[in-house]
Design a protein around this ligand. Structure first.
Ligand SMILES: [Zn+2]
Length: 228
């Protein structure tokens, strides 16, 4: 027992060193030379806590759970690409919309991506759509948001082979009130029994999350290319 404790004591400095190293950020090898710091991204898992979001039955499925599982995977893939990621929630808790916007606006984040799942009275409705804010007063932000929406939708469809419902203008609070380019992804219909069965699987969630991360990566790479 004493030997075990001694061994653990030896390991602690290494573990804390590794954590400190991680805090300084992942290697930036994937970024174009001249870009001093990795972009900061806010990932917003929709709903949470008492706000369950859309629900489907047989098999039972809650939007708040799907959005958190998918958002966590998006963070994992973005971390691997070297981006800095802030989550508005990483557990099953209720966060008011205004707080989500505050988190984004008070950070130095470059973009905001909200992850949701859809619902319709028409149980045959299916597929993926991505919303962006459209404002004449903030036209630069609107056009950047649309580019981000296009990039994400394209990559999610490529990964999932889901039906594309297109990129659409949306007046949702979190994408309207945030100051950076922002999108809201509706990554599939919980109300459609076939799509719901897919959405519940880890494999399909990974495809959606990979698509969102790929789209974000594409967006930044396109921006740097056009800036140089
Ligand atoms: Zn939702």
């Amino acid at each position: 027992m004493q030997f075990l404790l001694f061994f653990l004591a030896l390991l602690i400095p290494f573990a804390s060193h590794a954590a400190a190293k991680k805090d300084r950020g992942a290697p930036l090898g994937t970024f174009i030379a001249g870009e001093p710091t990795a972009p900061m991204i806010v990932i917003d898992a929709g709903h949470g806590g008492t706000d369950r979001g859309a629900r489907g039955y047989v098999p039972y499925c809650e939007e708040k759970k799907l959005s958190l599982q998918t958002a966590r995977l998006v963070k994992k893939y973005l971390d691997q690409l070297g981006y800095h990621v802030i989550m508005t929630r990483s557990t099953d808790c209720f966060i008011p919309l205004s707080k989500r916007v505050d988190v984004a606006n008070q950070s130095t984040s470059n973009i905001f991506v909200s992850v949701h799942f859809n619902s319709s009275r028409n149980s045959t409705a299916h597929g993926v759509e991505v919303f962006f804010p459209d404002s004449k007063e903030k036209s630069t932000r609107s056009s950047s948001s649309k580019k981000l929406a296009d990039a994400i939708l394209g990559r999610v469809i490529r990964r999932t082979s889901a039906h594309s419902r297109g990129v659409k203008k949306g007046n949702f609070y979190v994408i309207r009130e945030t100051r950076m380019p922002a999108v809201l992804v509706e990554a599939g219909f919980i109300s459609n029994p076939e799509e719901r069965s897919l959405l519940r699987t880890r494999e399909y969630q990974e495809k959606i999350a990979r698509g969102i991360a790929d789209g974000i990566d594409r967006y930044f790479k396109d921006r740097w290319r056009s800036a140089t």
